[in-house]
Design a protein around this ligand. Sequence first.
Ligand SMILES: [Zn+2]
Ligand SMILES: [Zn+2]
Length: 630
Amino acid sequence: MEGIEEIKARIKEVLPAEAEVTKIEFEGPEIALYTKNPRAFFENENLVARVASELKKRINIRTDKSLLKDPAEAKEKILEIVPKEADIRDIKFNDGFSEVVIEALKPGLVIGKEGSTSKAIILETGWTPKINRAPTSKSDILRGIRHHLHKYHKERKEILKNVAKRIYKEMHINNNYWVRVVFLGGFREVGRSCILLETNETRILLDCGINVASNKEPYPYLDALHFPMDEIDAVIITHAHLDHAGFVPYLFRHGYKGPVYCTEPTRDLMVLLQFDYIDVLVKEGKEPPYTEQDVKHMVKHCIPRDYNEVTDIAPDVRLTLHNAAHILGSASVHLHIGQGDHNLLYSGDIKYGFTRLFDNVDTKYPRLETLIIESTYGGKQDIQPNRQRAEQMLLEIINETIQRGGNVLIPVFAVGRGQEIMLVLENFYRRGEFNGKCYIDGMTAEASAIHTAYPEHLRESVRRRILQNDSPFTSEMFEIVKENERQEIINNGGSVIIASSGMLTGGPSVEYLKALAEDEKNALVFVGYQGEGSLGRKIQTGTRTIPIMAKNGKTKALKINMRVETVEGFSGHSDRNQLINYVKNLRPKPKRAIVNHGEQSKAISFANFISTRFKTRAIAPQNLDAKRLA
Ligand SMILES: [Zn+2]
Ligand SMILES: [Zn+2]
């Protein structure tokens, strides 16, 4: 790959003199051109496209500092140019980037037809708009992150410059190019997913998670890294769940200074979950492995990527994220390594089946040699009922319970199952099949609000409703609960309670369980994966007396007399058949498969099946094993 100076020289060659480019800057994997004549770029539509396609990179056109209008004046101008209906909520100026960040409820109207409104903003004010969608209901996390990125934008620019140095560093001439993966967590288990991808040039971490269901071994084997943290070139995160992203702030606490590549919603949702993780530990009197400060540090290093956008992240590695249909922003990671020496696909958590939230998972890739695939439900018995039956079962349990005056507790992952179940219930409600109240407790409401800021990531039917200001997440049937209202809801009976955490490992779902468990009128319904060792798994598999901490600090036995049900079919994971179909339909067919993210028996069973059925060599390695790929 070319170095920074060579690329700069090539850009100058492509650009005509009237472009009047005064500065070329590398912002991580992107390139910013500062011009004294932005008109040249807009009147000649091809110019930006030509540079971008010549370089295969995202190109940001910014104006030279001399053209920037005073922010107060510019703000007035922007409000004049943009139609009122855009409903602008916030305007901030990042002078380091010659950029104005506009948050609006209808960002399409700030962009205008074929970008006309955005261009008018640049030409009239000098500032390049970066447009964010405002969520339809309040999200403190989203506001906090956006504010933080603005406040530290100059520092962020320095970070991006350093990232660029790393991406374009000179490769050592070496005839013995090699590629290997080292399995640091999440192999023959679910939780603490972490993989080191290493070549003789580059070191990349794929996911860095925590096993929240385990007290003994919650963290990945980072102590097996044979180099300091700051020699990691990049971290790539598939999605926000703690078992994939929960340990990232720890890296920064211990010297990592590089980029975190993920989708924009993944950035926001992982912050939400990491903050909550710290919170839960502190409330339990335990010491968290990192602080809120480390999380904020991580945010500055996040480089969001869109699906299908090809990005050079190291001299010998090119990254593309693909839709994984698991939770908002979830991605499968495709890496093109070396001079086409090797192509690796890491599925992350995938749903190869219908969901109300997302479009179908991607199965087409330009090239593919090695597949790393999850196997949460990869065991022979792991066949889920179809969605219609699952929804019908849930409805029956809810209505039976409510008729006898009981409450239905559904513990959910705040991100993912929470929203999927909300959409299912909202659909019952609209069809008149369910008339009760549904209470949302814990982070689910906040996570839902974040969903409304990224409708382009959602299935068309949901996206349309959010854009038409009819978000299903803010339906009148849902009520968000404050802590001091819980007792009243419990006493009243006759409602559905959606509460995190999903595996009863802490948070409001456990509080409700304590209050509801002993009365047989109530029902507990599991709709998501229950990790080995979690309280949810224990109850699911028949434990009916559990020790809990009473208010006086003493342990007492809690009897589970409530109805306990598991409704399969809502999972954000593929069941065995869906996993098999995914492998079958992947194009091109991988030469090798490595199975992770499944309990020992499931990972092994699924690997064996792939080997015999598809004649793709498949293994289910253990943590700390390594595999050479090229
Ligand atoms: Zn997940
Ligand atoms: Zn996972």
